[in-house]
Design a protein around this ligand. Structure first.
Ligand code: 5AD
Ligand code: SF4
Length: 468
């Protein structure tokens, strides 16, 4: 099989670099070091994209600031997954009218998943006339060109044409954290879960070549990074488009075999494609964190079918049990949606029963939000909002009790953790399973793997003490 994914050609990438250099010289010619403010909404994939945006802007001569006020350039990287996120972005972009009035030279770009949806990007273009440019995730690599058009040609830049998407290798990156790095291994999604807008805004699944991913991981480890999280909307389908003899478990194993002291994490997985081989690989490699984020979305088979998830409750539980049979300490987390159109009380109870059966360490819980253009948005949805809120609160209550019980079970245990920062006067650290630990200790421990004994626990975190 031939590789299906088009790569952006080196000539096209070089051209963007030339434009970046031109913009840098243009600013220098005016004796100005311009500042940029990048604001990110949504998931880790967007965070990773913003790191590339910062890398490109750095090449264009920009320094960075942490407020839109007074910045020469504002870039808002948006999320479209739920209506709430979309409305927040519209509100915040609207408010930029004022910062621009106070600093008339300010240029404003809006990018990310919202701009991958024609209705939303159309509304941004037509109603927010202070916005200078918009670009969808497919057009991120052309940022220098968009900037050139706005800054030098005094035109608006609209880059939202639909495409299946390509891969741009070797874009510059400025990472916000020097211990933990995100590495995208693939982009897009082919699953078309009926509630989800992602496949429409991020295009089809396309995998980076293993050698490019390994080279990036090697560099990160050499630069002192202690945690690598490989990212994709559905990492379990990694490689299917490559026409090579490699799957996600193989890729994970080859990263885990790299020299150096680091923890390897991954997200997000789809139960349909999560294989026993992946669990076997996790169990066999000490550097792969014993944490699995496996979204189940609903505990009811009729709802799972209506969501187009391609697995049932029994298959999900079989995976959970298989993982635990190999790794009793495995930490499971998950995503769940409450109030999918037509969900009955009894069907919701199946979700509660699944939560009680699995006993996740933590859950990301969402109330269904209709996304225009997706099949589920066309379904009748007779359940009142108040009823959905009630189900949501009940679910949270059940999960919070479980989270607290699971956390309390850590008390007295001694664990290896990576100290990753500070919060108030306490150090923060993560266990191998990704649980947050707070402890007293010297700042010099930040960046080190240490052993702590857990002395107390809450619903959301563990309290630890350095083990002598
Ligand atoms: N409404 C509510 N939650 C959603 N998610 C995705 N689309 C929607 C939607 N329309 C949730 C899913 C997914 C997580 C990232 O967001 O649980 O796993
Ligand atoms: Fe959305 Fe489903 Fe793809 Fe996840 S797997 S991004 S929920 S369509």
């Amino acid at each position: 099989m031939e590789r299906k994914t088009p790569l952006i050609s080196p000539e096209d990438l070089r051209r963007q670099e030339e434009i970046s250099d031109y913009i840098k010289t243009w600013w220098q010619g005016q004796g100005i070091t311009p500042t940029a403010y990048v604001e990110t909404y949504g998931c880790q994939q967007n965070e990773a994209d913003s790191e590339q945006i910062r890398g490109i802007l750095d090449r264009c001569g920009y320094g960075f600031t942490d407020s839109a006020e007074g910045a020469d350039l504002v870039i808002i990287n948006t999320c479209a997954i739920r209506d709430h996120a979309v409305q927040r972005v519209f509100g915040n972009v609207g408010a930029l009218v004022h910062t621009k009035r106070r600093h008339p030279g300010q240029k404003i770009f809006v990018c990310g998943c919202m701009m991958g949806n024609p209705e939303i990007s159309g509304r941004m273009k037509n109603s927010y006339t202070h916005v200078d440019g918009i670009f969808s995730p497919h057009h991120l690599w052309q940022l220098p060109e968009h900037l050139y058009r706005v800054l030098i040609r005094h035109r608006k830049a609209w880059a939202v044409e639909d495409s299946a998407g390509a891969i741009a290798e070797g874009l510059p990156v400025i990472r916000t954290n020097n211990l933990k790095a995100w590495v995208s291994i693939m982009y897009g999604c082919n699953n078309f879960c009926t509630y989800c807008i992602v496949p429409y805004v991020r295009g089809r699944e396309r995998s980076r070549l293993p050698e490019d991913i390994l080279a990036e991981c090697r560099e990160l480890i050499a630069a002192g990074y202690k945690e690598i999280t490989v990212l994709g909307q559905n990492v379990n389908s990694y490689g299917k488009d490559l026409g090579m003899d490699i799957d996600f478990a193989d890729l994970l194993a080859s990263i885990a075999e790299l020299e150096g002291e680091f923890t390897l994490r991954f997200m997000t997985s789809h139960p349909r494609d999560a294989s026993h081989k992946l669990f076997d690989t996790m169990a066999a490699h000490p550097k792969i964190a014993k944490q699995f984020h496996l979204p189940f979305q609903s505990g009811n088979d009729r709802i799972l079918k209506a969501m187009n998830r391609h697995y049932d409750r029994a298959k999900y539980l079989e995976l959970i049990d298989y993982g635990r049979s190999l790794m009793p300490e495995l930490v499971y987390t998950s995503d769940v949606i409450v109030g999918f159109p037509g969900e009955t009380e009894e069907e919701f109870e199946d979700t509660i029963r699944l939560i009680e059966r699995v006993r996740f360490d933590a859950l990301f819980t969402f109330i269904y939000s209709p996304r225009p253009g997706t099949p589920a948005a066309e379904l009748p949805d007779p359940t009142p909002k108040e009823e959905k809120n009630r189900r949501f609160d009940r679910l949270l209550q059940v999960q919070n009790t479980i989270s607290e019980e699971k956390h309390r079970a850590y008390i007295g245990k001694t664990l290896r953790v990576l100290v990753d920062g500070k919060d108030g006067d306490k150090l923060t650290a993560r266990t191998d399973g990704g649980r947050l630990v707070r402890l007293a200790g010297d700042d010099s421990l930040i960046g080190q793997f240490i052993r702590v004994t857990i002395t107390d626990a809450t619903t959301w975190s563990l309290i630890g003490a350095l083990t002598p």
